[in-house]
Design a protein around this ligand. Structure first.
Ligand SMILES: [Zn+2]
Length: 510
C-alpha cells in the first residue's frame, strides 16, 4: 500500500517535471543554421590569428555531429572583390571568385543569396558559370538575368532556375517534421546591364505569405543594409530570423518577432542559430550565438587542401605580374587603418597615405581624393608591410586621373564624397581637403571660390562617374597618364605601384 502511494507521487512529479522541459521531448524538432556573410578571403587574416574558411569548416563538422539537422549559409558577397579574384589563372582566365566557389564547395555550404558584389563580375555569362560551378544552392527572389534584347529570366543553376525560396524539412527523434521556408533578397545596389531587380520590399511580403502557407517557420537570407533590414522586419513580422549581410560588422537586432543577425566580414565571426520547433504548439524558438573564428580552431583537412592549392598558385601569378609578394616596403609602427566601417566613415591614416601618394605621382593639383571602396582589405596592417599586402588592399588597382572642374562643382563633389556617401564605398579619403571654421569646403588651405578652375587627382574609376551619386564626374574634362617618375624611378600609373613607391620612400610609418 505504502509503495503504491510512493509510485503515484513519483509519477506525478515526473510528469510535471517533463512538462517544464519542452526541449527534451522526442517530438521537438531541433535544427541548426551556421551563418556567414560578406566573405572574400579563403585564408586566415591578421597574420593567421583570425578568420579562415578551413576553420569554419571544422565548426560546421562539429555542429553536424551535435545535430545532423544542420545547414550552413552565406548571406551574399563572396565572388568579389579580392586580390585572388582579380588575378588570372594559367589559362588566362580571370579567377573571379572561383577560389571562393571551390573552397565553399569543399566546406559543404548549403545556401547563398546574391550580394551586390556578385554582380561585380564582368558579364552575365561569367556569373552564370560561377553559379553552375557551385555545389551550394543560390536562392534569390528579386535579382534576375537581363539579356541584351531586354528579356529577363531567373539565373539558372545546373539547368534549374534560381528559386525565390526553398523548403527544408527536418525530423525529430520521433519522426515529427518541421518544414522551413527560406528566401533570399539583395539590395539593388550594383547596376549591371545584365541584372534586373524586382522590389525586395514586395517580394519579402509576397514570398513570405507563399512560404507561410506551406511551412511551419519562415526565414530570409537578406543582403540589405541594416536600415532596410529593420524596416523590412517591422513590415514582415512572420519571419523568425533575417540572416543579414552587407554591413561587415557583427550586429543583432530583435524587431518584435523577427531577429536580425549579421556576423563580421571574412568569417572573423560566424553566427550559430539553434532552432527548436514544438509540433504541438507550432511555435519555433531560436538561440543565436556569435562565434569568433581564430587560431584556437583547427583546420578541416579537405577545405585546407583547397585553400593551400589556391594560395600557392596565386603567389606564382603575382610574381608573373611583376610584383614581388614578399618584398618588404614599409614598417608600420602604428596600425594602418583599413577596416571597412572606419575607412568608409572617417579619414584614416591609410586613406590619407594613399591620397598623399597621388601627390607624389602628380604634384601641383588642388586636391587629392579617392573612393574608400577602392581599399578592400577590411583589416588593419601593422609591422612589416609587403607588396602582397598592398595588392590585397587595392585588389582592383587601376590608374589615377586629373579632373578639371569649377569651384561650384568641386564643393558639390566634396559634399557628396564626404557627407552623402558616408558609410559607403563612395566615401572620400582625401589629401589637401579641409573644412573652414565656418563649415565651407577648403582645398590647399583656401576656401573654394565658385567660379575658379580647380584640378583634382582621383582614381579613374571615380573620374569616369562610376561611383554612387558621383556620376557627374564622368562628364568633366580629364587628363590621363601612362606613367610617372617618383624619386627617379619610373612608376606605372596604377594605384598599387604609386602607393608602393611612396611607402618605399617613407620606409617607416610612426
Ligand atoms: Zn554587400
Amino acid at each position: 500500500m505504502k509503495n503504491r502511494w510512493l509510485i503515484l507521487i513519483l509519477l506525478t512529479v515526473l510528469v510535471q517535471w517533463s512538462c517544464h522541459l519542452p526541449q527534451t521531448t522526442r517530438d521537438t524538432v531541433n535544427f541548426t543554421v551556421l551563418q556567414m556573410n560578406d566573405v572574400y578571403e579563403i585564408s586566415p587574416l591578421e597574420g593567421g590569428k583570425s578568420a579562415g574558411l578551413a576553420r569554419v569548416a571544422t565548426i560546421l563538422k562539429e555542429l553536424e555531429a551535435e545535430n545532423p539537422n544542420t545547414i550552413s549559409l552565406l548571406s551574399g558577397d563572396f565572388l568579389s572583390p579580392s586580390l585572388m579574384g582579380m588575378l588570372e589563372d594559367k589559362d588566362g582566365e580571370k579567377i573571379a571568385g572561383r577560389q571562393m566557389v571551390e573552397t565553399l564547395n569543399a566546406l559543404g555550404l548549403d545556401y547563398v543569396t546574391f550580394g551586390n558584389h556578385e554582380f561585380d563580375l564582368k558579364s552575365g555569362e561569367l556569373l552564370q558559370k560561377r553559379i553552375d560551378q557551385s555545389d551550394f544552392l543560390y536562392v534569390c527572389s528579386n535579382a534576375f538575368r537581363k539579356y541584351e534584347n531586354g528579356d529577363t529570366e531567373p539565373f539558372t543553376q545546373k539547368g534549374n532556375p534560381v528559386p525565390p525560396y526553398v523548403v527544408e524539412t527536418f525530423k525529430s527523434a520521433s519522426g515529427k517534421e518541421v518544414r522551413v521556408g527560406i528566401t533570399g533578397v539583395v539590395l539593388p545596389f550594383n547596376r549591371q546591364p545584365y541584372v534586373h531587380y524586382t522590389s525586395f520590399e514586395e517580394n519579402l511580403a509576397s514570398v513570405g505569405k507563399e512560404m507561410a502557407s506551406q511551412t511551419d517557420v519562415i526565414l530570409a537570407i537578406t543582403h540589405l543594409n541594416i536600415d532596410q533590414d529593420i524596416d523590412m522586419a517591422k513590415k514582415n513580422q512572420d519571419y523568425l530570423v533575417f540572416f543579414g549581410g552587407h554591413d561587415h560588422v557583427n550586429m543583432r537586432h530583435q524587431i518584435g518577432n523577427t531577429l536580425i543577425t549579421k556576423a563580421d566580414a571574412n568569417a572573423k565571426t560566424i553566427y550559430i542559430h539553434r532552432f527548436s520547433y514544438n509540433p504541438k504548439t507550432g511555435k519555433t524558438s531560436v538561440r543565436s550565438e556569435l562565434k569568433k573564428i581564430d587560431d584556437t580552431i583547427a583546420d578541416e583537412p579537405e577545405t585546407r587542401k583547397v585553400v593551400k592549392e589556391w594560395e600557392g598558385s596565386v603567389e606564382d601569378i603575382i610574381e608573373e605580374m611583376g610584383y614581388k609578394p614578399d618584398e618588404e616596403i614599409l614598417v608600420a609602427k602604428t596600425a594602418l587603418v583599413c577596416t571597412e566601417y572606419q575607412i568608409r566613415g572617417e579619414p584614416t591614416n591609410f586613406g590619407i597615405i594613399t591620397a598623399k601618394s597621388f601627390e607624389k605621382a602628380i604634384p601641383g593639383a588642388d586636391a587629392y581624393v579617392l573612393n574608400s571602396g577602392s581599399m578592400r582589405l577590411d583589416d588593419n596592417l601593422q609591422g612589416i608591410i609587403t607588396e602582397y599586402d598592398i595588392l590585397r588592399v587595392y585588389p582592383y588597382g587601376g590608374p589615377v586621373s586629373r579632373v578639371h572642374m569649377n569651384g561650384t562643382d568641386l564643393a558639390k563633389v566634396l559634399e557628396i564624397g564626404m557627407v552623402t556617401n558616408k558609410g559607403e564605398g563612395g566615401y572620400f579619403q582625401t589629401w589637401k581637403v579641409d573644412k573652414s571654421a565656418g563649415g565651407k569646403w577648403m582645398v590647399s588651405g583656401k576656401e573654394i571660390e565658385p567660379s575658379k578652375k580647380y584640378s583634382v587627382i582621383m582614381p579613374q574609376f571615380l573620374a569616369s562617374g562610376k561611383e554612387s551619386n558621383l556620376e557627374m564626374l564622368g562628364d568633366m574634362p580629364r587628363d590621363e597618364f601612362e606613367k610617372f617618375e617618383i624619386n627617379g624611378v619610373e612608376v606605372i600609373n596604377d594605384v598599387r605601384d604609386i602607393v608602393i613607391a611612396y611607402m618605399k620612400e617613407l620606409k617607416v610609418f610612426e
